[in-house]
Design a protein around this ligand. Structure first.
Ligand SMILES: [Zn+2]
Length: 139
C-alpha cells in the first residue's frame, strides 16, 4: 500500500469559501482527523470529499468480508469485528487510490443532519454488542 499521506499530498485543492488554492498539508486540524479541517486562510471548516466514496464503501466491505473468508474466520463475533477492522483501512486506502482517476474536492463542512456511515456503523455495533452472544442461540 502506498502511504496515504503521500498520495493526498500530491493533490491540490481550492478552498470552497475563499477560493484560495490550498495544499492539503496546510489545512488546520484543530480537533484531530475526526474533527474536520480548517482553511488556513479564512478559517472556514472544510472537508475533503472523495469522488467514489459510495462505491468504495461497497467494494471495501466486499474485500473485508472476502479477507475474513480467506482467513477462515468461523466465529460470528470475530467475523463481524474483523470485517469492520479491515473495512475502515481498506476504504481509506481505496478512497485515496480512487483519487488517481478523479481528484477529490474540498467541500464546505456542514453540521451533519445525518451521521456518517462509519459513525452509524460504530453506534450500531455498540448497541448490538451485548446481543452477539444471543446470536449463537438462533435456531
Ligand atoms: Zn478559505
Amino acid at each position: 500500500m502506498p502511504p496515504v499521506s503521500e498520495e493526498i499530498r500530491k493533490k491540490r485543492f481550492n478552498c470552497p469559501t475563499c477560493g484560495e488554492p490550498l495544499d492539503p498539508v496546510d489545512l488546520l486540524r484543530p480537533a484531530g482527523l475526526g474533527g474536520g479541517t480548517l482553511c488556513p486562510k479564512c478559517l472556514d471548516r472544510v472537508v475533503v470529499s472523495f469522488p467514489y466514496s459510495k462505491i468504495v464503501v461497497v467494494i471495501s466491505l466486499v474485500l473485508a468480508i472476502g479477507a475474513m473468508l480467506v482467513m477462515r474466520v468461523r466465529s460470528v463475533p470475530w467475523f463481524l469485528v474483523g470485517t469492520v477492522v479491515l473495512w475502515v483501512p481498506i476504504s481509506l486506502w481505496l478512497n485515496v487510490y480512487s483519487t488517481r482517476f478523479k481528484n477529490p474536492v474540498l467541500k464546505k463542512w456542514e453540521p451533519r443532519k445525518r451521521k456518517t456511515f462509519f459513525e452509524w456503523l460504530h453506534e450500531r455495533d455498540q448497541i448490538r454488542a451485548p446481543e452477539i452472544g444471543d446470536a449463537k442461540k438462533e435456531p
